[in-house]
Design a protein around this ligand. Structure first.
Ligand code: KG4
Ligand code: ZN
Length: 359
């Protein structure tokens, strides 16, 4: 079954064709980074207008790259939440038009769960394997920092979340403080390779540092406001040269990465995870990828990290997750609405192996 996936929840206009949920036949992403860089973040109305301009050529390019046309497609899957509502509405309306015009089923996909699913893309046999469950997933992007537990029947429990900034925001705001531009994650990642991560000591939020006890309910939660403020103070008023900036970037990155990786392992222990998943834009980070791999290896736990091209926003993860939603018979109606927020009571994960066995 061929699914056309469409994604416009933030600042990437993306379309992809995915076969049977896992085989990515094409994936096209048009980024608006330049457009928003002067603002240090995404401006919703500008993003929506740019999606409006880009959506047609992006979908056409995805179909061309897969050597297909609309009549070959079996269904349209589109991100409906969470995200910037004006941006979501462009993709959703466009997908409804294609579904209506081609008499195709429409599938509404939760962007957050699509990120989780991205770990499975290009790994055919794994999704349906109950031996991998329970899964503990760490979703780290510009909008989310969440630890979730997924059982083989698809039930999802949110067990950790950020109390202030998302991990991606911590990178973006840190880069802004250092005068490095937007988005901050990739720049800090690159610059940190030239710096010494031990050059500065940054606080690790909610890790019980300095004997400060962490409340039970916050053990798996995150806080990045302290590390950001510490960066502001360390930078001070004096101009830093490139090597000093690289040292700050390396130490700042390590403070964020250490907390993310260690809390993922704490959740894995607490919930007896058989498999760990790491996904979302921040999962591109080279230090985070190697630190989680090192800790998972030492603990003898299986870790699946989304491929870098599937970590940042893309439509392959939407088309892939959409296949399982469709298989479960969860069609979307033409009056489906866009939603800004991630509800911590998301529906069961449709790609879990025992999901379809439920009455
Ligand atoms: O998943 P994504 O494309 O969009 C959202 O759904 O938010 O994530 C974007 C975030 C940005 O904050 C960006 O700075 C961060 O992912 N990011 C990175 C890296 N590449 C992207 N953060 C750290 N290191 C990277 N290499
Ligand atoms: Zn995303």
């Amino acid at each position: 079954m061929l699914i056309l996936g469409i994604e416009t929840s933030c600042d990437e206009t993306a379309a992809a064709v995915v076969e049977d949920g896992l085989e990515v036949r094409s994936s096209v992403v048009s980024s608006q980074i330049e457009l928003h860089s002067d603002y240090g973040g995404v401006v919703p109305e500008l993003a929506a207008r740019e999606h409006l301009r880009n959506i047609q050529p992006v979908v056409e390019n995805a179909l061309n790259a897969a050597e297909l046309t609309i009549p070959d497609i079996d269904a349209v899957a589109v991100t409906a939440a969470p995200g910037l509502v004006p941006a979501l509405m462009v993709g959703l309306s466009y997908a409804k038009g294609i579904a209506l015009g081609g008499s195709l089923p429409l599938v509404a996909v939760n962007h957050f769960l699509a990120h989780v699913f991205s770990c499975f893309l290009d790994h055919p046999p794994l999704t349906t394997d109950a031996k991998l469950y329970p899964l503990v997933a760490l979703v780290v992007s510009g909008g989310h920092t969440n630890l979730i537990v997924i059982q083989a029947d698809g039930t999802v429990e949110f067990v950790g979340r950020t109390l202030d900034d998302a991990a991606g925001e911590a990178f973006d705001k840190g880069a802004k403080i250092l005068g490095l531009g937007y988005p901050g994650g990739p720049v800090i990642d690159r610059l940190a390779k030239k710096g010494n991560p031990k050059s500065h000591r940054f606080p690790r939020g909610l890790m019980g540092e300095g004997g400060k006890p962490v409340a039970d309910e916050d053990i798996l939660n995150f806080s990045f406001s302290g590390v950001k403020t510490a960066l502001l103070y360390k930078l001070g008023d004096t101009q830093k040269n490139e090597s000093e900036t690289a040292d700050l970037a390396a130490a700042y990155q390590k403070a964020i990465v250490d907390v993310l990786a260690e809390k993922l392992m704490m959740a894995a222990n607490k919930f007896a995870a058989k498999t760990l998943l790491l996904c979302g834009g921040v999962a591109c980070n080279s230090a985070l990828r190697s630190k989680t791999a090192e800790l998972a290896d030492a603990a003898g736990r299986k870790l699946m990290i989304a491929a870098p091209k599937h970590c940042t926003d893309n439509a392959a993860m939407v088309g892939g997750a959409g296949y399982y939603i469709l298989r479960a018979g969860r069609f979307a109606m033409l009056d489906t609405d866009a939603n800004a927020r991630l509800r911590e009571s998301v529906e069961a994960v449709p790609f879990a192996p025992e999901y379809n066995l439920k009455p």
